[in-house]
Design a protein around this ligand. Sequence first.
Ligand code: HEM
Ligand code: SF4
Length: 270
Amino acid sequence: MPIEQQSVHLVAATVGFLSLGLLWLTVLWGTTLRVGWGLTRVRHQTLYGVHQTMALVGLTLGLVHALAQLAVPGGPVHLLDEWVPFTNGEDPLGVGLGVISLETLLALTVSVLLQRMLGYHRWRMLHISAYLAFTLLCGHVLISGSDAQSAGVRLLVAAGWLSTLVLRVATTYRAAALPKLVAERLAARLRGRQVLVNVDPGRCVRFGFCEHEAPEIFQLRGDGRLTYRPAVPTGHVEQVIQAARVCPARAIVLSRPATTVVMSGDPAEV
Ligand code: HEM
Ligand code: SF4
């Protein structure tokens, strides 16, 4: 390989492996967010911020890696191959998998900006495509990477991919959102009664999914602050339970107003 090609290759490969590592960490971190690990010990904004930062840096490096291919003098990748999958003349499958993966991750990141409009369930469905995108990314590295031909590197990439799936499957029953059955029992207990809402400001990360589920009760203001009605009218109880169910930070606490107050019998204590 001529020296100019070698230097571009070195930069592109280094940036590519850094991106792969960061996106791997992003997926693992995302899975733990969903399960709620660490939520009691670390500030929620910090946990979400780390996930977001790793995702954005990993994705940016992925884009730099892809664009660097165009800078290889006389290289086999052209502008069209970068955006339209399977059009590369030399390695259509490998480059194609990389293109689909990057485009899926870009769509997923844009969906974060639209999350309030999409609502929790649609946003989550889009977000789960991260596992597929990461799988395609690993396929791209294994097929196209000239530095990924050694058994050690291949094993490392395969182990990284497997770890994301193992963690996801192992945590399936420990998702942070309130399970459907528990929510249904809660709804049966609270139906027709007055319910009080409290949002823990230390936990709330202001994603606004609660507003999507119960707009009459929760409102995310333009300045990013959440306002809510602490007393829920009886007709809105189901919506509020649904909001508590989807809140990724488990910040919404529902309670019933006390019906009996027991006062101390000793007047000296009053
Ligand atoms: C850039 C902004 C991003 C934000 C604000 C964000 C936010 C979140 C949040 C709030 C969760 C928890 C969802 C829940 O409780 O159900 C989550 C989960 C997750 N995130 Fe992200 N994320 C971002 C980007 C990414 C990217 C680029 C990837 C892929 C590399 C990714 C991979 C994941 C995964 C795999 C999960 C677990 C999904 C599941 O199993 O349900 N995230 N993310
Ligand atoms: S209460 Fe939950 S759903 Fe509502 S804005 Fe805060 S974190 Fe998001």
